[in-house]
Write a protein that binds this ligand. Structure first.
Ligand SMILES: CC(=O)SCCNC(=O)CCNC(=O)[C@H](O)C(C)(C)COP(=O)(O)OP(=O)(O)OC[C@H]1O[C@@H](n2cnc3c(N)ncnc32)[C@H](O)[C@@H]1OP(=O)(O)O
Ligand SMILES: O=C([O-])CC(=O)C(=O)O
Length: 375
């Protein structure tokens, strides 16, 4: 990988701590979780295997996986007061705000012990409950339906689609969701994870850690890019129209969402994987527009700027082909990344020192206080 010229802005390139969870841009195809290459995990593992790897330190054997999935399945129910809160959030709310409020409310109802002795219970609970939480709100606010969240879904991947569409999803879509959740699960010291680690370093509770992380993920420069990419590509009826518009945006020095990365220099290893799934889904739905448009954007951005698709870009078309509303794209990221966030919180707690960097002062020199009547 080509070394990036590092500047101080955005703490780019500076180490802010240690982790045993993930490497970004260092070995293999460029992304590993506890030493396992993302390509192998995405091709072979269910999301629950990856969550177990991150939270419990090892890939589960079959008996452990079966037990873990059963444990998570038993944790899907929404407490009644949380349902009341969700039912009171308006239809036009941003779903990431719903996630943030839902997570925070859960922390009021099921507060973590201050000695963190029950931390894993809360971490698993969030993994289990988040898909139903967002889809309960979505279905209630948009369709007036109180969707059943304690479904027979076999996995978190299936649970998301089942509670969204209120019916058992087709197997291909479940496979795509597994891959997607695996791809999004963990990414070292990205902005949302770092937010969570800072919060964890104050010895705060796990719901505060995750609520803060959700807030950071919401922005279009981070998780919100998958929605922003969809809002962009859905306007274009053909690859040629996409190319003309991208060229115009580049000329006007606009950011193209879903491209570029703070660490990777030549490619994001997650892109090829989700792109392949998007291609499969395009064939399944008989798409002749969105996938071509996306591919052309990719080609033009590389040709003009040597900028590549990050994990978010082909997620947009893939989710769209599965009938997922654009506004729910980033909440899916939450349903996955909560595994990484909480694993990082545990790691921080296990070897903690409060995160408190310094700043270079660029303000006024010392001066005399001026009484209010003299200002
Ligand atoms: C899952 C994830 O969170 S992945 C990231 C999702 N975010 C996006 O897709 C948003 C669009 N991308 C971006 O804004 C950026 O590429 C980021 C935020 C991801 C990384 O930011 P940085 O590390 O500051 O980017 P980097 O230093 O590589 O930028 C180099 C140059 O390329 C430009 N550039 C980077 N990404 C883009 C883009 N998507 N569109 C247009 N220009 C871009 C920058 O403006 C910068 O130009 P400059 O030197 O003239 O200022
Ligand atoms: O690492 C980053 O800066 C952003 C990213 O790709 C992620 O969080 O998945």
């Amino acid at each position: 990988m080509v070394d990036k010229k590092l500047g101080g802005a955005g703490l780019r390139g500076q180490s802010a701590g240690e982790t045993a969870l993930c490497t970004v841009g260092k070995t293999g195809s460029g992304l590993t979780y506890r030493g396992y290459d993302i390509k192998d995990l995405a091709a072979n593992a269910q999301f629950e295997e990856v969550a177990h790897l991150l939270l419990y330190g090892k890939l589960p054997n079959q008996t452990e996986l079966t037990a873990y999935k059963a444990r998570l399945k038993g944790m899907r129910g929404l407490p009644a007061p949380l349902k009341v809160v969700l039912e009171n959030i308006p239809k036009d709310a941003h779903p990431m705000d719903v996630m943030r409020t839902g997570c925070s409310m859960l922390g009021n109802l099921e507060t973590e012990q201050s000695d963190f002795s029950d931390q894993l219970d809360h971490m698993d609970r969030m993994l289990a409950v988040f898909p139903g939480l967002i889809n309960y709100w979505y279905n209630f606010s948009h369709h007036g339906i109180r969707v059943e969240v304690e479904t027979e879904a076999d996995s978190i991947a299936e649970q998301f689609l089942w509670t969204l569409h209120n019916k058992k999803p087709e197997p291909l879509h479940v496979d795509v969701m597994h891959a997607s959740l695996v791809l999004y699960a963990e990414h070292e010291f990205n902005a949302s994870t770092f937010t969570g680690r800072v919060c964890a370093s104050t010895l705060s509770d796990i719901h505060s850690v995750v609520t803060g992380a959700i807030g950071s993920l919401r922005g279009p420069l981070h998780g919100g890019a998958n929605e922003a990419a969809m809002d962009m590509i859905e306007n274009w009826q053909s690859a040629d129209e996409a190319e003309a518009n991208i060229m115009g945006m580049l000329e006007r020095k606009e950011k193209i969402m879903g491209f570029g990365h703070a660490v990777y220099r030549e490619s994001d290893p997650r892109n090829a994987i989700i792109k392949e799934w998007s291609n499969k889904l395009a064939e399944q739905v008989g798409d002749t527009r969105l996938y071509d448009v996306s591919e052309r954007c990719e080609a033009v951005m590389w040709r003009e700027k040597k900028l590549f698709c990050n994990a978010d870009f082909f997620h947009a078309s893939a989710y769209n082909f599965m009938g997922i509303p654009t506004k729910l794209f980033t909440p899916i990221f939450v349903c996955s990344r909560v595994a990484g966030w909480t694993a990082h919180a545990m790691e921080q707690r296990a070897n903690n020192r409060i995160i408190r960097p310094s700043a270079d002062y660029i303000g006024e020199d010392a001066r005399d206080y001026v009484a209010i009547e003299n200002r």
